[in-house]
Ligand binder design. Sequence first.
Ligand code: PLP
Length: 382
Amino acid sequence: MWQTSFIEISKSALENNYNFLREMMPGVRISSVVKGNAYGHGIEHFVPLAEACGIDHFSVFSANEAMRVMHSAKSRPDIMIMGMIDDHELLWAIENNISFFVFNWERLKLAQEIALKAGLQARVHIEAETGMNRTGFAFNELNECFKFLSRNRNSVVFEGFCTHFAGAESIANYYRISHQIQVFEKGIEKLKKRGMAPRNFHAACSAAAVRFPNIRYQLVRIGIMQYGFWPSREVFVDYSSKMENKYDPLKRLISWKSKIMSLKNVKANEFIGYGTSFLAQNDMKIAIVPVGYAHGFARSLSNSGRAIINGHRVGVVGTVNMNALTLDVTHLESVNLGDEVVLIGEQGNVDISVSSFSELSDQLNYELLVRLPHDIPRNITD
Ligand SMILES: *Cc1c(COP(=O)(O)O)cnc(C)c1O
């Protein structure tokens, strides 16, 4: 059965993005962050594509996502859980050689006990609290933590020492992030004094990897940029200000398309859609598209979202409904039932980036992408 819209994922765009990232940070291993259903692209579709581009390390938020990566991978990549793993999932992770962040004693001790009992090794990343105040061992707990790791080498592998920044995509956070870097570096000093070396140090997300080259260490955790989006406009401006060419080297993988379900002429002074949010000022022609907030097209895009039809950008009029939205096609020369509607992506020379839905928030790209429902079909294109 046809779904009311579909998503296309471009393989060549992904290759382009990895080539760019590898050129920018030669020798640094990329962990491909695929939490949030691979930022809406679909874990099952995205993971094999990334592997084909040479990626062999994936980061997820939960054990459930780790399992999905494991089942969709063609090779045997490293998988790292950065967030939630329930007590009863620890044995499964250890048995499957999946590494995970550890940010409290409860998890560290339980992982060690379970690994010991199973005659296996738990691969842990010790997360340091450096100033985000979310998860992580406090600085004054680190020594104790490192001692525990040295005593339990047989059952616990010290896979990584890591932290996460509280908004590296915004210049306004510069001092906060710089302070976090200092704290993390002091943690590294503590380790060196003990003669201990985890397999990896890692701290950088996309924004930090671009802006702070000296903290890429062995591994960077790249999410949004592999999908072809900058973490924020500021990060792109910061990057391009150092370049002679000002063009955007990233390419977006995703397109989201539907088609016109109904066309209608509306007389001036009529309201369009529910309520009174849009009043036609002139005679208008409108197109109804079978995509609404149930399909991930945010209701906040009422009277402001954009789409492309026949190579022209058109605007959303009225409120976005649960299953439909309305576009103003008054000025299109030719428009017919069934014509393709591009909600994200390009057609001809015109292009709708996710963020041009609205410039209200840097976080919007992330949020819109991850909210794309799992059941919209994804097709891989060249
Ligand atoms: C999401 C996430 C990343 C990736 O962030 P991007 O900005 O998408 O590159 C890296 N590290 C952690 C801990 C994350 O949660």
